[in-house]
Ligand binder design. Structure first.
Ligand SMILES: Cc1cn([C@H]2C[C@H](O)[C@@H](COP(=O)(O)OP(=O)(O)OP(=O)(O)O)O2)c(=O)[nH]c1=O
Length: 208
């Protein structure tokens, strides 16, 4: 069976990560209703990821063909607070001051919807990692915010960008912090529906 892969995300980082592993896919960003009632971080990221994938699945439900739709959501968690993207620069300053010198968690939820021959199947999981930051001075935080890099990122930093200079150590999957745990995604899908990789790898390396 032939599948078309769809990344239900506007995140350039997620697009880069899927490209990195050689998948061929189309991007269809979901508007994503990101408000959610109070819940644990793992439930929050799985629910938000599922909503993004569901939104695109409903747009494609009348289109002929078979689809693999991938949605994801990333949050930072510190002392039981769930931190998404900063509301403004002041908020980014507050968040980075809080994370300075501390260890926080990054949760990414991933939801995959398979649409085939009129059927729908959903598989959702999450991955978490610990990230420890060096002390960051108020001046460094101000300079970093000037770069604008924090503004579209959960926890107000990008480990893959200039924010790398603040990272002391990480325990877990680096790509999970960037926004998509591609190895876990691959391992989950290989178990769930190995045939969906067929003919979808730009270089023929993936399975297989
Ligand atoms: C912690 C961290 C997050 N992020 C990013 C990943 C996500 O893109 C973003 C969290 O916001 P999300 O709402 O997960 O994703 P998004 O709005 O960018 O894209 P979409 O909803 O369309 O899928 O934070 C980094 O790029 N680097 C980091 O180190």
């Amino acid at each position: 069976m032939e599948y078309q892969w769809i990344l239900a995300s506007a995140s350039p980082r997620r697009r880069d990560l899927l490209n990195q592993v050689g998948l061929s896919f189309r991007v269809m960003p979901a508007a994503g209703e990101e408000s959610i009632s109070k819940s644990s971080p793992d439930q929050v990221v799985m629910e938000l990821a599922r909503r993004k994938a569901e939104e695109i699945a409903s747009q494609l439900s009348d289109s002929p063909g078979n689809y693999v739709i991938v949605g994801a959501d990333t949050v930072v968690v510190f002392k039981e607070q769930i931190l998404g993207k900063p509301g403004d620069e002041q908020d980014a300053f507050r968040v980075l001051s809080m994370l300075s010198g501390q260890t926080h968690q990054v949760y990414t939820g991933v939801s995959v919807i398979l649409l085939y021959t009129g059927k729908k199947q959903v598989h959702t999981f999450y991955e978490a990692a610990d990230v420890t930051m060096y002390d960051i001075s108020p001046e460094e935080i101000r300079d970093y915010i000037q770069t604008k890099e924090p503004m579209d990122k959960a926890g107000s930093y990008g480990i893959q960008g200039k924010g790398a200079v603040f990272i002391k150590k990480i325990h877990g999957d680096y790509n999970n912090v960037v926004g998509l745990p591609v190895s876990r995604l691959y391992q989950e899908l290989k178990k769930w529906h190995p045939e969906i990789f067929k003919n979808h790898c730009t270089d023929g390396v993936l399975p297989l």
